[in-house]
Every structure is written in C-alpha cells, then in structure tokens.
Design a protein around this ligand. Structure first.
Ligand code: DNO
Length: 406
C-alpha cells in the first residue's frame, strides 16, 4: 500500500513538514476553492503541486500529489438539470488537465445534496478525547422537528420517532441551532454551509428523482467520463455514501456491495473503480469489508481505512468513529485481503499494484483538543491511526511471516 495523507492546502493546520514527519509517502488533496462545475486550470493544479513539493524552509519535501479527492460532481449533473452538459464538458477538461500534470487517481462521490453527515463532531470519549458520531435519534430531531420535512416520520422506526420527540422537547434553541449547523455545515468535500431553506429547496428538486433514476444519471455520467479516463490514463473511484443509507428521503445509490456491483458492471472498464472506505461502508452490518475487498478488489483504486462502532445491528442506525483497529470492521482481515490483492496485481504485471491508502479521520487526542482542525482530520489522531495501520501492514506484508509470502 502507498501511505497517503489528506491535506486541505496551505490553510491546513498540519503543514507539509508535519505530513513528512508522519511518514506519509504522498498527498491526497483537491482544489477546494474552485466551485463545483468549474474547470480546474493547469495553473491552479501546478500551484498546488508546487505547494506540496516544498517544506517551510524551501527544501524539497520529497512527496507529491498522488490522489485527487474530490473532483466534485455538481448537483446539476446528478439531477441532469440546468447547465449539466456544460458541467460534464468542464469535468472532462479538468480530467485532461490533471492527467497532463501527471495525476492518475480521481476520487469522487455521487451523494445528492449532503456529503458525509454527522450529528456530533466532537463527541466526548471516556479517555478524554473526542470523535465524530452519527446519532439516528438526533438526526430525526433535525429532520422531523427542525427542518419539518413533510412525511419525515415515516422514514424512522416508532422508537426513533418517540425518542426524537423526547429529545426535541428537552432541547433549547441554541442546541437545536448547533445540531442543524453540524448537519448542514461545510464538511471537507462540500463547499458551503446550507441554510434550512436551501436544504428544503434541494429536497424539493430531488423530490421526483427515484434511486433508479439517480443511478441512470450516474451511469450516463460514467459513460461520458470513463472513455476520457481511459484515453488519458486516469483511474476513477467512487466513494460510498456516508452514512450508507438514505437521509432526508434523498436517494442514495452507493451504500452496499450490490450497489457497487451494479455500477462497476454498468461501465465495464478498469478505469471505473471504487474507493473502498471501510468507515462509511462499515456503518451497515450487512457490508462485509474483507469480503468486498476480495470480491471487488481488482477495481479498488483507493482505500480509506477507518473504523466505526455501531450502537446496534439496525440497518439504519447510530455509530461513532472508533480507533482504527477497534470497531466493527476486522481491520486486520481487511488489510490481509488488500495485501493479497496487491500480490495478485504484482504477479499479473499491473502497474497499479500498490494501492494508495490513507488513514481516514482520527479521534481528537492530546494537543488536537486545543486545535480546531477540520472535523475528522486532527493531526495527532490521524498520525496514531496511520502508525497503527502501518504496523499491521508491515506485519502482513512481511515476506517471511505475512500473507504476502505467496
Ligand atoms: C470525509 C470524506 C468524504 C469524501 C468524499 C469523496 O471525510 O471521506 O468527504 O472526501 O465523499 O468524494
């Protein structure tokens, strides 16, 4: 595996110097300041590459931009409304520009309106640290009582509806506002904090789009961009829905293994691949991560290694972001499946036999608690995650003792 680190650009609290000290071999980033739908110009791409290539003292960092996360797909493309054809043309131009700059991997997602969603960004842990959490009861408070979405109650179990009513009655206005902000806020990957009215407008526009239709739009998009990816040598990889179930009645079509099989089969090209995010997919008890890696591994172009602990085995339920080796996904079994896939690729002579991985998210610990990093992206918590994962990787890749023996 190639060990990478998500970096949000010069304003990131972790500097390139920090990333080098963390031992990462490459950077995952995006031109977050460019609005969705607009072309990434060669100048802006080169500027970001330059920023990555040097340390504070001007000496070479020795690391480069390995993976794009994300080249965002605009809402218009997802809905096939407004200037969506122009957005697809711009998207293809951005692809050509990043390929010309030497980049090969593009991560993106096809989630309508909300990217990843949590109800608590700093949930206190017994050890004094904090992590992110999704609580289905709090989400229902937002949906049913704050947003007041029509028909929302029908999307939850009776127990959740009752608990949400109880919690809502006990909340003061500031708590309600804070909850709404957490859910609609600009998390990395999205570009704006949405007002409640804006959320309602979005929902109204998606009102008539069924999951089947969204999937058709997705395939239409892939049929446009995958030939370009093949031509210029890019590997595309779709990030799963996070959490992997419908929210606010919106269609979500990348939540399960069956969802991935449909999309990978619809456009059968090695360039049409998957970002295996164990944290997102792991929030559903029916997603078997090591099995997915074994079955879909030849199309996995990027790995987000992260763990969650679910409160229950409900399909639509609450969870928190656990330590990387803890939680419901058997991380050792998953890494073993990745190491086996890499060995298979190597034997087959594939150039991409080393799959980029990043320690996804981290708990806030030690000095992270005094710094306000992007939610989910504290330096020390991620460093700890990377170090733990690296230990497992090193052991399993060990020629004499690991699974890579063969
Ligand atoms: C969260 C991330 C997501 C991801 C996008 C990919 O930490 O994993 O925001 O970057 O969904 O398009």
């Amino acid at each position: 595996m190639r060990q990478t680190w998500r970096w949000f650009g010069p304003h990131d609290l972790a500097s390139i110097d920090d990333v080098v000290q963390a031992g990462a071999q490459g950077i995952v980033t995006a031109l977050h300041h460019v609005p969705n739908g607009v072309v990434w110009t060669p100048e802006e791409i080169a500027k970001r590459q330059q920023e990555i290539s040097v340390r504070k003292d001007g000496s070479p960092s020795g690391i480069a931009w390995d993976v794009i996360e994300s080249l965002p797909v605009s809402e218009d493309i997802k809905k096939q409304k407004g200037p969506w054809r122009e957005h697809i043309a711009n998207y293809k131009q951005s692809m050509r520009n990043v390929a010309a700059a030497g980049l090969e991997v593009i991560c993106y997602n096809f989630m309508p309106v909300l990217d990843w969603t949590r109800t608590d960004l700093r949930w206190p842990l017994p050890n004094g640290g904090s992590c992110m959490r999704f609580d289905i009861n709090d989400f229902a408070v937002f949906d049913i009582h704050v947003l007041e979405r029509r028909g929302a109650q029908a999307d939850y179990s009776n127990a959740v509806v009752d608990e949400a009513a109880r919690r809502h009655a006990a909340m003061d206005d500031n708590t309600k506002k804070a909850l709404a902000k957490t859910i609609t806020t600009a998390l990395p990957g999205s570009t704006e904090t949405m007002s409640l009215d804006r959320v309602r407008e979005h929902l109204a526009e998606y009102g008539s789009i069924s999951p089947e239709q969204l999937r058709r739009h997705f395939v239409d998009f892939l049929e446009e961009v995958i030939p370009v990816a093949e031509e210029v040598g890019l590997r595309f990889c779709c990030h799963p829905d996070d959490p992997p179930f419908s929210l606010l009645g919106l269609p979500r079509v990348m939540s399960t293994e069956a969802d991935y099989v449909q999309i990978l089969d619809a456009v059968k090209s090695p360039a049409n691949g998957m970002t295996l995010c164990s944290g997102s997919l792991g929030a559903r008890p029916d997603n078997d991560l090591p099995g997915m890696m074994r079955r879909l591994g030849d199309r996995v172009h990027f790995l987000h290694l992260r763990n969650v602990k679910r409160d229950s085995d409900e399909m639509v339920g609450s969870f928190f972001e656990a330590e990387h080796l803890d939680g419901n996904t058997d991380m050792v079994a998953l890494i073993a499946a990745i190491v086996e896939e890499e060995a298979r690729r190597k034997a087959a002579g594939r150039k991409d036999h080393q799959i980029p991985m990043r320690p996804d998210h981290g708990q806030d610990i030690l000095d992270d608690l005094n710094r306000r990093s992007q939610p989910g992206y504290p330096t020390i918590g991620r460093l700890k995650g990377l170090a733990e994962l690296r230990g497992v990787m090193r052991a399993l890749e060990h020629g004499q003792f690991g699974v890579a023996r063969a």
